[in-house]
Design a protein around this ligand. Structure first.
Ligand code: APR
Length: 184
């Protein structure tokens, strides 16, 4: 467990299951169809129930799906979290197809949407580092720099938590935080 303060927001790293977090919102690593999938997407839809998919379908009807790097918001359904913010990470294809910026946009657009909805506490998974194959150490640095940069410019949020599914992923994020210089 790591806790640091960035501007006025607590930034934490924990090992856990994001579907169990009772932050105001949890972020889903979705795909552009918004129709669910495996990994954290599957876990969130399973735990949150059909209302989440119903709202995703309404968003699809309005705007098609969700572009890579962008974010949409739905109810949390049966989850402890009131909202799910769905964002679509980049599929890793070697690192020269704008993957770092697109991944950073996932975090920034999710936090922007949270602030716009009066949300105070947000949990993130490690976006794109599962099925989408983004190398974990590079993703951790991009993710943390994006969140820290956002928090340095906007103090509306009380807490942002990275909920990492196992020790190895947690270690990558902890090392990235050390490299950035926020922890020793
Ligand atoms: N809580 C927290 N983290 C989780 C959980 C969970 N319950 N389940 C999986 N993870 C972690 C994985 O270990 C990985 O570190 O989430 C991270 C992201 O992995 P994926 O869920 O595979 O997401 P991603 O790599 O962004 O791929 C997205 O996979 O599930 C499909 O529909 C989704 O097509 C999309 C693609």
């Amino acid at each position: 467990m790591v806790n640091v303060t960035v501007n006025k927001t607590k930034l934490s790293l924990i090992v856990g299951d994001i579907t169990k977090q009772n932050t105001d919102a949890i972020v889903n690593a979705a795909n552009s169809s918004l129709l669910g999938g495996g990994g954290v997407d599957g876990a969130i839809h399973r735990a949150g129930g059909p209302q989440i998919l119903e709202e995703c379908k309404k968003i699809r009807a309005r705007q098609g799906g969700c572009k890579t790097g962008e974010a949409v918001i739905t109810t949390g359904g049966n989850l402890p979290a009131r909202y799910v913010i769905h964002t679509v990470g980049p599929i890793w294809s070697g690192g020269n197809n704008n993957e770092p910026d697109l991944l950073a946009n996932c975090y920034k657009n999710s936090l922007k949407l949270a602030v716009e909805n009066g949300i105070k506490t947000v949990s993130f998974p490690s976006i794109s580092t599962g099925a989408y194959g983004y190398p974990i150490d590079q993703a951790a640095t991009v993710a943390l720099k994006a969140v820290i940069d956002f928090l340095r410019n906007d103090d509306s949020l009380e807490e942002v938590i990275f909920v990492l599914f196992n020790e190895a992923i947690y270690k990558s994020y902890e090392n990235a935080l050390k490299e950035i210089g926020l922890i020793s």
